[in-house]
Design a protein around this ligand. Structure first.
Ligand code: SF4
Length: 327
């Protein structure tokens, strides 16, 4: 599944971090190039996201600012007041048609920030009160774990910080990469579950529902807190049938009482990102639904959104109490 990177660009200064050695040891035959600043490569003008996606390069860099962000309006805080996220990796090994990263970045190359200690320090500064931190943001961190064990390091860090809870959201089936760790009760492993019709059509490169479920089941059996996310819900033809079947399959495989909670949300995206993606590609109908552009966001018209949310909510309430369902 891992791309065979032809080049690894290394920002000046990044070479001295242990994570750089870990990554380079996995790609010993790859051509390495030193660059002054990662943005010299990543932010070059006139790049085409989807053509680059077919031949991604790896960029190792040091992040100097914005090591923790306030929670975004497009993400779910799951009832937490003190909600933050961070981005140690920019871009993803997967290539979902509806992914906002295509509009957020000009480049599909993968940037890994190797100064994890600075990310930890930035979190510690905010830990006077309980903090909820989404660490698999702008990427799928668990999918990278075989190359760079960031989830493991974050889990161990979290274990030592009583005020910190982290969420690791994933579509991967890669639980085995962290299976040897002791479960941490302030780490939530959150699997996005989608009907296979959606996976095949729109979630390119991701494991099918069956494999995600096997991974989630294994995590639950090992004692981890597991969240299931139906997000984004996409209004494909026969969507009611597909999502009904998907929800049923999930709860046949996973015992509802053992789930930490379940969340769901319909497709939504920053409006400027969607406009930008539409200029770049015309090959996916999910990008061309007649969404409503409302201030910053593009999503389904209100009545359709409400219908979809209510439908999924009613499906979930057959298995879970309302206190465990976040729409
Ligand atoms: S898994 Fe998430 S981050 Fe990765 S391509 Fe899909 S939507 Fe984007």
């Amino acid at each position: 599944m891992w791309p065979n990177f032809s080049h690894i660009y290394i920002e000046e200064g990044a070479e001295k971090y242990p994570l750089t050695d870990v990554i380079l040891s996995k790609f010993s035959n790859t051509f390495c190039v030193t660059v002054h600043h990662y943005k010299d490569i990543f932010n070059r003008p006139q790049q085409n996201f989807q053509s680059q996606k077919r031949s991604m390069k790896l960029i190792l860099a040091v992040k100097k600012d914005n090591l923790v962000y306030d929670g975004s309006e497009f993400s779910q805080s799951m009832g937490h007041d003190n909600f933050y996220y961070n981005s140690m990796i920019l871009n993803c090994v997967y290539n979902c048609d509806y992914c906002y990263l295509q509009g957020m970045y000009g480049s599909a190359n993968i940037v890994i920030f190797v100064n994890i200690g600075d990310f930890f320090s930035a979190v510690v500064e905010k830990l006077q009160k309980p903090m909820y931190l989404a660490i698999s943001y702008d990427t799928d961190l668990l999918a990278f774990e075989n190359v760079i064990p960031l989830c493991a390091q974050w889990i161990e860090f979290t274990r030592a910080q009583p005020n910190l809870t982290i969420e690791i959201r994933t579509k991967s089936a890669n639980f085995k990469s962290i299976k040897s760790l002791e479960p941490c009760d302030r780490t939530i492993l959150a699997w996005t579950m989608s009907p296979d019709e959606v996976v095949e059509k729109y979630e390119k490169g991701t494991p099918p529902l069956r494999r995600r479920l096997e991974a989630a089941k294994e995590a639950i059996d090992e004692g981890w807190k597991v969240r299931v996310c139906f997000d984004p819900v996409i209004r494909i033809d026969h969507w009611k049938e597909y999502y009904s079947q998907c929800v049923q399959t999930v709860f046949e495989k996973l015992e509802a009482v053992k789930l930490y909670d379940v969340s769901s949300g319909v497709f939504r995206m920053n409006a400027d990102y969607l406009r930008k993606i539409r200029k770049q590609r015309q090959d996916s109908d999910v990008l061309y639904y007649p969404y409503v552009f409302d201030k910053n966001a593009a999503s389904y018209p209100e009545t359709i959104k409400n219908e979809m949310n209510l439908f999924i909510q009613n499906l979930l309430l057959q298995y879970l109490p309302s206190t465990k369902v976040f729409i």
